[in-house]
Design a protein around this ligand. Structure first.
Ligand code: PMP
Length: 423
């Protein structure tokens, strides 16, 4: 049984006062805080083995290569991906946004005929369709919308239930024989809703479409196994899973990664380069990792992945669900509306809410004055706000270090907001 009070003590940043109050950090959906072991791993890498990875003839390069590849394997183990040499299914990226853009660009390159016969399965053209949902973060919506424009394909989307959950039962109508790609979020960053992925995957595969999962908000909070989910690709960010900023990962089924053409070009991804014809590219994952990689950050992300596995994702989910239960009491306050499912089983501890008559920035500043950090704005998901008839909202989101008492403190503070602003 994990001891979450001790786990909290591993986060030095939380031991501080903000505006004369102990810091209550309820903004982990934006970025999670880092435990000591992750901070140390990054610093230790620079102190002891910093060197460029792969093909260096010197000892430090060999050690940093081992550390880098071990980190990839640690991340793979957290999300149920292959880690064996030659079978790797995890590509290092600059973050979830970079991973999703990598995919959209690679599909676009395949649409231009790059990657030969094997890449034809990724090619799109007029008459083809890409399906997203209205709950998507702009990091999913925009790369695939742009891909549709470039390829002359059509973007379609799954709408939302009143409480913001994706209307999965529309899959039969929206995902058709024309669909080539279905890109959806596993957990929505505004509503906190967990998508029922299985029927979407079933329908997509029935019509021969590929499934791209945005796993940014699921990997840090609930058990995730990409093989069991049977998705084709998935993107997530290290900084939301207690790792460093500037790095993320793209999962791809091995045979798909082998067929996918590269999206960015440069050093360390090429077998043979010539002046008079296109290069011959390396096998994945190197094919997708052009240029010098954020090695220290990847190594520290591997430590974060192992650290999460040691706690146990079931335990993490249960701990945060208890806090979410308390946060959902925001919905019982006069004039406060939860933007997302109120049933705690269907969601994580990311709870967005609207306070009638009070601008989200005022709510954010009011609770900040009491040391409570929440997020305000549209959270890079304007269409989902439009669904709720809003442009912006307030969002509290949990991490392993939060407590039920902290959630109570937020609810208590929000209960005074409308009175304070005369709303
Ligand atoms: N998708 C979702 C659901 C997110 O919450 C985020 C981060 N806010 C992203 C994608 C993009 O992640 P990053 O900014 O780390 O690239």
């Amino acid at each position: 049984m994990a001891d979450f009070a001790t786990i909290r003590d591993e986060f030095p940043i939380l031991d501080q006062q903000v505006h004369g109050h102990p810091l209550i950090y309820l903004d982990s959906a934006a970025t999670a805080q880092k435990p000591e072991c992750v901070i140390d791993a990054e610093a230790d890498f620079y102190r002891t083995i910093n060197a460029g990875v792969h093909r260096g003839a010197h000892e430090l390069a060999a050690r940093s290569t081992v550390a880098f590849e071990q980190a990839r394997a640690k991340v793979a183990r957290l999300v149920g991906a292959n880690a064996q040499e030659g079978e790797e299914e995890i590509v290092v990226t600059g973050g979830a946004t970079a991973g999703l853009n990598l995919l959209a660009t690679a599909f676009g390159n395949a649409s231009l005929g790059r990657g030969g016969e094997a890449a034809k399965r990724f090619a799109l053209g007029p008459g083809d369709e890409i399906v997203v949902s209205q709950a998507e973060h702009h990091s999913v919506l925009l790369p695939f919308q742009e891909l549709a424009v470039r390829a002359g394909a059509t973007l379609r989307w799954l709408g939302l239930e009143d409480d913001g959950r994706i209307r999965v039962e529309d899959a039969g109508d929206v995902i058709t024989e024309r669909t080539k790609v279905v890109a959806v979020t596993h957990v929505a960053n505004v509503t906190g809703a967990i998508t029922d992925v299985a029927p979407l995957v079933r329908r997509a595969h029935e019509v021969g479409a590929l499934v791209v999962l945005d796993a940014c908000q699921s990997v840090p909070h609930i058990p995730v196994d990409f093989h069991a989910l049977d998705v084709d690709f998935a993107a997530f960010s290290a900084h939301k899973m207690y790792g460093p900023t500037g790095v993320g990962f793209l999962y791809g089924r091995r045979e798909l990664l082998e067929a996918l053409p590269p999206a960015s070009f440069g050093g360390s991804m090429v077998e043979l380069a010539w002046m008079d014809r296109p290069a011959q590219y390396m096998d994945p994952p190197a094919r997708f990792e052009a240029g010098t990689q954020p090695v220290a950050q990847v190594v520290a992300a591997g430590v974060a992945a192992d650290w999460l596995r040691a706690i146990g994702m079931d335990q993490v989910a249960a701990h945060e669900r208890a806090i979410a239960g308390e946060l959902l009491k925001l919905g019982e306050l006069d004039g406060v509306r939860i933007l997302g499912p109120t049933e705690n089983r269907e969601r994580i501890g990311t709870v967005a809410f609207d306070v009638a008559g009070v601008h989200p920035h005022d709510v954010g500043q009011f609770v900040d004055a009491q040391g409570i950090a929440i997020r305000v704005g549209h959270h890079c998901a304007q269409p989902v706000h439009r669904h709720f008839g809003l442009f912006a909202s307030n969002r509290a989101s949990t991490g392993v270090y939060n407590t039920v008492d902290e959630a109570r403190a937020l609810v208590e503070a929000v209960s005074r907001v409308r009175g304070f602003f005369g709303a």
